[in-house]
Design a protein around this ligand. Structure first.
Ligand code: SF4
Length: 322
């Protein structure tokens, strides 16, 4: 198709989008470990929830496992993913003499420390999060079984039967829907007026900012594409936020080949964003794929600037090597 035959398409790029500071740090940790110690470097669980990222690290010599039991006796580094791990995991690594490096996002670690502090103060803890997500598994695993009650919905709040309703605290997964979580927190506060909470949100800055940007763009476009993996919690939430903000078509795709092109034939304005674990190269791949079919203009709609940076895990910093 030549230029004149292609129907026009305005792309509105949400900003911020894509990689957050915790993801950059986790990926850098694997790359630094590979360059400093050479392959293999073992990584427990997908370092971040993005297949493209995981496959690129595999090609460089990273070996991904779900359990430490899959790792043979070795002096190679073993890196824990950005989502965090239950306490039993570093304990097992230390028991086996493994060289463990923790790439848990500092904002997830902050939630772990909050939960521990509440526990030391004798409080039972309510964790708002999605059952089975590795971050939730990791947070539940910071304290003895039964110390943390998981709630996912308003119905779960209704059904809660804490041992001491006067002595409760809540923490949350970092990658939830800001609006859903606000509703659940309000319901918790109504049922348990003395419940203690975080001084400032547990939902991280990256999740909040990406959802805000989608809320700005969703009402003024015909469709939104969220670039991300289906197992990425924050990417799934972005898709839901777009849908709830009134966008008629809202799709989560990892690659351009996942796009159902028929759905987009009548779309004149398209919003694009990316989950916190999705690299910009995948966003560009999707813009390029649309450019082959449509005469594309691209405008960035920015709701805030981000300048958050987390240093590498201590064991990988240059001064530690010295
Ligand atoms: S999404 Fe938030 S909590 Fe998760 S790695 Fe990024 S900054 Fe950390």
């Amino acid at each position: 198709m030549n230029d004149d035959e292609r129907p026009p398409l305005d792309i509105l790029l949400c900003a911020p989008r894509g990689f957050c500071a915790g993801v950059v740090r986790a990926i850098d940790a694997v790359e630094r470990a590979l360059s400093r110690y050479g392959p293999p470097v073992y990584v427990r669980h997908e370092i971040v929830h993005n297949r493209y990222v995981v496959d690129s690290l595999k090609r460089k010599g990273a070996i991904f496992v779900e359990n430490l039991s899959e790792i043979p006796p070795t002096s190679a580094p073993v890196i824990f993913s950005a989502h965090g791990v239950p306490k039993a995991v570093p304990e097992e690594a230390s028991g086996r003499g493994l060289f463990a490096i923790d790439a848990t996002c500092p904002l997830v670690t902050k939630v772990h420390r909050e939960a521990e502090l509440h526990h030391r103060r004798g409080r039972d803890i309510v964790l708002i999060g999605h059952a089975g997500h590795p971050e939730v598994v990791g947070t539940l695993g910071q304290l003895p079984q039964g110390s943390i009650l998981l709630v996912q919905t308003l119905g779960d709040v209704e059904a809660l039967c804490p041992r001491d309703p006067e002595n409760l605290a809540y923490v949350t997964q970092t990658t939830l829907s800001v609006d859903d979580t606000a509703e659940i927190v309000a319901a918790l506060k109504q049922r348990f007026p003395h419940i203690a909470g975080p001084h400032k949100e547990d939902i991280c800055y990256a999740t909040t900012n990406r959802q805000e940007a989608v809320k700005r763009v969703a009402p003024i476009v015909d469709a939104i594409i969220v670039v991300g993996s289906p197992n990425s919690s924050n990417s799934q939430r972005l898709r839901e936020v777009a849908e709830r903000s009134g966008c008629p078509i809202s799709r989560l795709v990892l690659h351009a080949c996942d796009i159902d092109w028929d759905e987009f034939t009548t779309v004149k304005r398209l919003g694009i964003t990316a989950g916190a674990s999705a690299p910009e190269i995948l966003v560009q791949e999707i813009i390029d794929a649309f450019s082959e079919r449509r005469k594309v203009t691209v405008e960035t709609i920015s709701t805030t600037d981000e300048s958050v940076f987390f240093p590498l895990p201590r064991a990988l910093r240059d001064d530690a090597a010295a």
